[in-house]
Design a protein around this ligand. Structure first.
Ligand SMILES: [Mn+2]
Length: 328
């Protein structure tokens, strides 16, 4: 199999790993399929190489990733007893150290390896393999597996497929290339199932998600002469429908899919007056700059940040920042 980007230097990382005794692979908070898929593919690949790996995250594995082999081995929360004796940490798909949700004291005295595809990555690791050409961090793990010359097993292929499927919005983003599809062909040859992934990720939602979606669509608002579309979900709506952040994954795509809209905005109140902003942009509108101006980061056309305060205040703040971006 051919790797996606042959010029990526995996040597320093592999050299460091060869001395590791126990490795903690960690996904980012509020995990998505890319971070969990990368974590699991890495787990299966490195375990096959004889490494001692533990997987632990702050937040639980989302429902859509629970079909992946090994997901039951991922522990979460504030009990770190599994992590005793780890000398090496590999963070996957986390653009900044804060995205891991771990105290900085935890990494002290350990080697921190950062594997990520966010252009805004702050290079917080001792070793950083960061490359924004990749459509997903999962695709980076694919290349790491190639560089180890490991045969691709189904247990590695399925999580990489899930990571790429979701991070490319089902192969709809401009990050998708002919090589992406050649990689997908290899993943299917290795046993990744399109049918299982489609079912688990896109056809297995709880009914309450649609109660939440009704609220979200009800909030839809078009601004900036039709160039921006806004959707918000308040904390009380999550409570009423008994849904959480992962259940509103993808809501922003409704805003993005409206004709004439160049910037889509999703404001989600994760706890009272604590907001998560997601932004999607379209060429040439660089929403990572909008997110950066509000203290966040991400990709050029998909970015976000955290904000604090009442709805009006937060909305006005974002409105100004998006307006500045649309001046281009
Ligand atoms: Mn990603």
């Amino acid at each position: 199999m051919k790797s996606l980007y042959e010029d990526v230097n995996w040597q320093v990382l592999k050299q460091t790993l060869s001395n590791a005794k126990k490795i903690h692979v960690i996904a980012h908070v509020n995990p998505d399929s890319d971070t969990i898929g990368s974590q699991l593919a890495l787990y299966h690949a490195l375990t096959a190489q004889g490494f001692h790996i533990v997987m632990h995250n702050i937040d639980p594995v989302p429902r859509i990733c629970q079909y992946l082999q090994g997901s039951g081995l991922i522990t979460h929360g504030e009990d770190f007893s599994e992590l005793q004796g780890c000398d090496t940490i590999i963070a996957v798909d986390a653009g900044a150290f804060g995205r891991l949700g771990m105290a900085s004291s935890y990494v002290q005295g350990k080697t921190l390896i950062n594997i990520d595809h966010h252009a805004s990555n702050t290079l917080y690791g001792d070793i950083n393999v960061v490359d924004a050409r990749y459509c997903a961090t999962g695709a980076m793990i694919y290349d790491l597996i190639q560089s180890y010359d490991l045969p691709m097993s189904e247990a590695m292929a399925a999580p990489i497929y899930a990571a790429v499927l979701t991070d490319t919005a089902s192969f709809r983003l401009s990050t998708v290339t002919a090589d992406t599809h050649r990689m997908i062909a290899n993943l299917l040859d290795a046993g990744a199932s399109v049918e299982t992934a489609s079912h688990e990720i896109y056809q297995n939602f709880p009914k309450q998600r649609f109660d939440l979606l009704k609220y979200a669509l009800d909030s839809l608002d078009i601004q900036h002469n039709g160039c921006s579309a806004w959707i918000s979900v308040r904390y009380a709506m999550y409570q009423e429908t008994n849904m959480s952040a992962e259940d509103s994954e993808g809501f922003i795509d409704y805003a993005r899919s409206i004709a004439g809209v160049c910037v889509a905005v999703f404001l989600r109140e994760e706890s009272p007056e604590q907001w998560k902003l997601s932004l999607r942009g379209e060429y040439p509108y660089d929403v990572s700059a909008v997110a950066a101006s509000l203290g966040g980061g991400g990709h050029k056309y998909a970015a976000g940040c955290s904000l604090e305060g009442g709805f009006e205040k937060v909305q006005n703040q974002v409105f100004e920042a998006v307006g500045a971006c649309l001046q281009v």
